[in-house]
Design a protein around this ligand. Structure first.
Ligand SMILES: *[C@@H]1O[C@H](CO)[C@@H](O)[C@H](O)[C@H]1NC(C)=O
Ligand SMILES: *[C@@H]1O[C@H](CO)[C@@H](O)[C@H](O)[C@H]1NC(C)=O
Ligand SMILES: *[C@@H]1O[C@H](CO)[C@@H](O)[C@H](O)[C@H]1NC(C)=O
Ligand SMILES: *[C@@H]1O[C@H](CO)[C@@H](O)[C@H](O)[C@H]1NC(C)=O
Ligand SMILES: *[C@@H]1O[C@H](CO)[C@@H](O)[C@H](O)[C@H]1NC(C)=O
Ligand SMILES: *[C@@H]1O[C@H](CO)[C@@H](O)[C@H](O)[C@H]1NC(C)=O
Length: 632
């Protein structure tokens, strides 16, 4: 038995789907599908019950108001024979058609030209024959075409160039002949025409693909395959070409040697600089150095604050007792067991961790090896007393998923926060950091756990501490070395900044109403958290310059794709490698979409969101124990 859907999910379906009051049935599409399945022999696995709605049939997915079939997926179900005209070709709203890995034969029906909204066409590994119908090249929305592993013959239509959104064109393992047309599509990422009977030269518009894309065509030539010109590829080149070659070689050698020398020089310089820095005992960061230009600061703090701290030399008008009081680094809460003072902190070697919306963060390594994170706040407008009171109350917060504040420092010029340093980095760097640096894409379970941890942290803030986070974003979700755990940072800081400073300054996470009110609320936290969930699901950064064609924000982009196209299109490609998680992803997507509702009151509360996520985890743990993946 399946437990009932959580309330959040139901709420969200209302928000996104706006289901009709009357249950519709795609009558025309139903007739087309019945005509198809009636004419094509197949295995018993397709048992489309004529008593139930077409939209509930295996392999069929309808649009949200159940008026049309959007997706037909019947891979490997033993379909045999030709695809009759006026069947599948009548599914006029179809976005995805997959009939791959069957034994379909005969031509690709000409009336596929009527599937004008089609995005993905998967007909690979059948016995289809005849030419590629020219009608296919008029389906301007096509993104992926896979016709490989059939018996298709004739020429490859040059009008494929019309398909400006195409990212994949797979035609390998057919009997296509003639020359390769001049297909020029900028978006094309995957292209394969290997193992056909093509001849002639490879056009320049396609030579960016690897040789294996063209292999197995005996008479195809030109880059990336061997040259078509027998002179250039002959083993005994003419004397002029040899001369040219040797000159090129000389130049290449000279350039390489020059580069090597340059690299060596750079290394030497770097080494020298490092030595000098170590000798001085302090490593000023690039950023700190830049800020300290014209000052005497060595750690990135201004000289005035340094004077302030180190005995009040610069502040002649204040009494010594007051000075001592003022220079204090104030530990809050349990203080994390740290024992150091401001002097120690200022002497620490610092390294910029990042420039955030509230200020710059540093990693500070004290002389005794203690490592802490120091946040230097910008634009603090509240008085010292208000600041102190606020920090004292933040310091009292204790929760596994909140990064505790350990200490603060307030002077006229400098406002610092001291926090634990977590070396595992932020969710943002893990999701969007360069793969070259040895980072593996975050797997689904980790994403789910991190999302839950962050959700629990905010939930505690909202329900126990009664504090608005105000700055929920992936770079404020820090990972603990324990992979199950993550903590939130930068919470509840917005009250110390003036109302002029927009809260949640990273636009991609900001709830629409906050633009006007400039005050974050529990509900705006929920919105930001929803964006964070969408980020985990799509792998896209919310503040990424352009999503889709027009630079819309992440929630709007997901909404447009989910409403119009196919849900799976929104998910991170890195997640598509894991089997059997699509249902969970869709459920989390629904929760996320509820959170990013435009109207604040339509958003669920954070504890409700967390419960919905816990349900997903619990349900899948139950399923994976005793139930193998469902058929088809
Ligand atoms: C459809 O419904 C009729 C009566 O309502 C029933 O006799 C028939 O067995 C049902 N068919 C299937 C496939 O369930
Ligand atoms: C169903 O949704 C589509 C868009 O997906 C829309 O064009 C159509 O008018 C809707 N039909 C009804 C009956 O609401
Ligand atoms: C496709 O491109 C050809 C030229 O290659 C052009 O004649 C034809 O009109 C285009 N068709 C569409 C539907 O754009
Ligand atoms: C290939 O097509 C482009 C534009 O479609 C054209 O400018 C170019 O001349 C063509 N090249 C060849 C070799 O036909
Ligand atoms: C390619 O093969 C076709 C026959 O399939 C032939 O007519 C044509 O001349 C050949 N072209 C080249 C460049 O070899
Ligand atoms: C192209 O298809 C062939 C045959 O399936 C395969 O061996 C080759 O790796 C493919 N190349 C690319 C770049 O997809």
């Amino acid at each position: 038995m399946r437990p009932p859907l959580p309330l959040v999910v139901l709420l969200l379906i209302i928000v996104v789907a706006k289901p009709p009051t009357v249950r519709a049935e795609p009558t025309q599409d139903r007739a087309a599908l019945l005509a198809f399945i009636g004419a094509v022999p197949h295995e018993q696995r397709i048992r489309w019950n004529t008593n139930s709605s077409t939209c509930d049939w295996v392999g069929v997915t309808c649009n949200l108001n159940r008026t049309a079939v959007m997706i037909l997926r019947l891979p490997g179900v033993g379909l045999v024979g030709t695809i009759p005209v006026r069947t599948v070709g009548r599914l006029s709203q179809l976005r995805v058609l997959s009939l791959r890995s069957n034994r379909l034969s005969g031509p690709i029906p000409a009336d596929f030209a009527g599937l004008t909204l089609l995005r993905n066409l998967y007909l690979q590994n059948n016995l289809l024959s005849g030419a590629i119908p020219s009608g296919l090249t008029q389906l301007g929305r096509l993104v992926r075409i896979d016709l490989s592993g059939n018996n298709l013959a004739g020429q490859i239509p040059s009008a494929f160039s019309n398909l400006t959104h195409l990212t994949r064109l797979f035609l390998q393992n057919n009997r296509l002949s003639g020359s390769l047309p001049n297909i020029s599509i900028n978006s094309l990422v995957d292209f394969n025409v290997s193992y056909n009977q093509l001849n002639g030269s490879i056009p320049a518009t396609l030579d960016r693909f690897p040789a294996s894309s063209f292999a197995g065509n005996l008479h195809l030539c030109g880059s990336p395959l061997p040259s078509c010109n027998p002179l250039l590829s002959s083993p005994a080149p003419s004397s002029t070409s040899r001369k040219k070659l040797s000159r090129a070689a000389v130049i290449a050698i000279a350039v390489t040697a020059g580069l090597l020398l340059l690299a060596l020089l750079l290394l030497l310089v770097c080494w020298a600089i490092r030595r000098r820095q170590r000798g001085a005992g302090q490593k000023a960061t690039k950023e700190a150095a830049a800020e300290a230009v014209g000052r005497s600061g060595e750690t990135g703090l201004t000289s005035s604050s340094k004077d302030d701290l180190s005995g009040g030399v610069g502040s002649s008008s204040t009494a010594p007792a007051e000075v001592a009081e003022r220079n204090r680094l104030v530990f809050v809460g349990k203080g994390g067991g740290y024992s150091f003072d401001l002097e120690d902190l200022l002497r620490a070697s610092a390294e910029v961790l990042g420039k955030g919306s509230v200020g710059t963060s540093y990693k500070a390594v004290l002389e005794d090896g203690t490592t802490v994170a120091v946040k230097r706040l910008r634009d603090v407008t509240v008085s010292k007393r208000e600041f102190e009171e606020h920090m004292e109350s933040l310091g009292k917060l204790e929760h596994d998923n909140l990064l505790p504040l350990r200490a603060y420092y307030y002077s006229k010029d400098e406002k610092l926060l001291v926090l634990d340093y977590l070396s595992a980095g932020s969710l943002s760097s893990l999701l969007h950091g360069s793969r070259g640096a040895g980072l593996r894409p975050l797997d689904w379970d980790s994403r789910m756990r991190v999302a839950l941890a962050a959700g629990r942290g905010i939930s505690h803030l909202h329900t126990v501490a009664h504090i608005v986070h105000g700055n929920v974003k992936a770079s404020n979700v820090l990972l603990r070395s324990d992979p199950d755990s993550a903590v939130l940072s930068d919470f509840g800081l917005h009250p110390v900044f003036g109302s002029t400073a927009p809260p949640n300054r990273v636009a991609g996470y900001r709830a629409p109403e906050v633009l006007e009110t400039r005050r974050p609320t529990y509900k705006s936290d929920v919105y930001s958290f929803g964006v964070l969930l969408l980020e985990l699901l799509t792998g896209k950064a919310p503040n990424q310059a352009s999503l889709g064609d027009e630079g819309i924000d992440l929630p709007r982009w997901v909404q447009s794709v989910v409403r119009e196209e196919w849900t799976a299109e929104v998910f991170d490609v890195d997640l598509m490698r894991y089997p059997n998680i699509e249902e969970e992803m869709v459920q989390l997507l629904q929760i996320a979409m509820a959170c990013v509702a435009t109207v604040p009151d339509a958003r669920p509360d954070l504890p409700e969101v967390v419960r919905g996520m816990e349900d997903i985890v619990r349900r899948t743990e139950g399923i994976s124990d005793d139930q193998p993946s469902p058929p088809l």
